[in-house]
Design a protein around this ligand. Sequence first.
Ligand code: NAP
Length: 284
Amino acid sequence: MRKLLRGKPVAEAIAAAAHKRADILREGGIIPALAVVRVGDNPGDLAYERTILKHAEAAGVEVRTVSLDADASQDVLSVVICQINEDPSVHGCLLMRPLPAHIDEAAVCELLDPRKDIDGITRASLASVFAGSGDGFAPSTAEACIRMLDFYNVPLDGRRAAVVGRSLVVGKPLSMLLLARNATVTMCHSHTGNLDAITRGADVVVCAVGKARAFDQRFFSADQTVLDVGINFDESGAMCGDVHADSVESVVAALSPVPGGIGSVTTAVTLDHVVTAAERASLN
Ligand code: NAP
């Protein structure tokens, strides 16, 4: 493999640029602020919250956390979201998901003001991604993939991209973002036939499936750029991606590692969106 696509320098560049813009807002008395809303104490949510808190300062963003008990009602959560909508000192809201089963997640997401939807969870935000209008925020992980490819100068115009996974969080919006960059995109999923032939024939492959080390060298070919979005834990509890990195590294041209790849870029993109939301609010 010629290149390991590390997330850290990408995240640092995004945060540094966001910080400069946040400084300009501060001079005008505006402090970009993010509300992180968590229901219950899911370890994954807690870990993500800690990561956001750790990196917020580098991007010039203030973070306020709202934590509700795991049995908090949908009404209580709805009031929290509405208060965030009404609070002019909060510019973005990150709602930890999935929510507990007793809450109608789709209904709660729809309550959020799309202008504060910095992780692309509302229909309005997704519509803007699909329409290519640029006025909403894409889900941070999908955008993180594009930022990673841009940072490492991976060409997309006219190239073939295979996206494995079709969730609304990653696969579908990422496919639209790649299409907007003039890639020819094949969206793959659990019913896709000859998946290995499709991924082998692409210039850029993104694996966003959630299956530990499921994609080995049979799925890849030389000169490819591979982004591994998966966050999984193997039998020994070690974090790993969807790509079997040990067997794939010697085959492809470039691969993003797990950990140390897309995850850190996702955090930086989320914070960058908060600064953008604050800039847009300042113009109103
Ligand atoms: P998801 O909602 O469970 O979607 C998984 C997708 O993978 C589905 O579209 C599914 O197809 C497809 N799939 C499952 N098995 C497959 C197979 N054997 N071959 C081809 N496609 C297959 O998951 P998600 O939320 O998109 O997350 C995917 C992974 O990314 C997870 O590991 C998650 O932890 C990780 N993730 C990472 C970040 C980050 O910042 N790095 C952020 C979000 C998610 P069907 O639609 O046919 O079921």
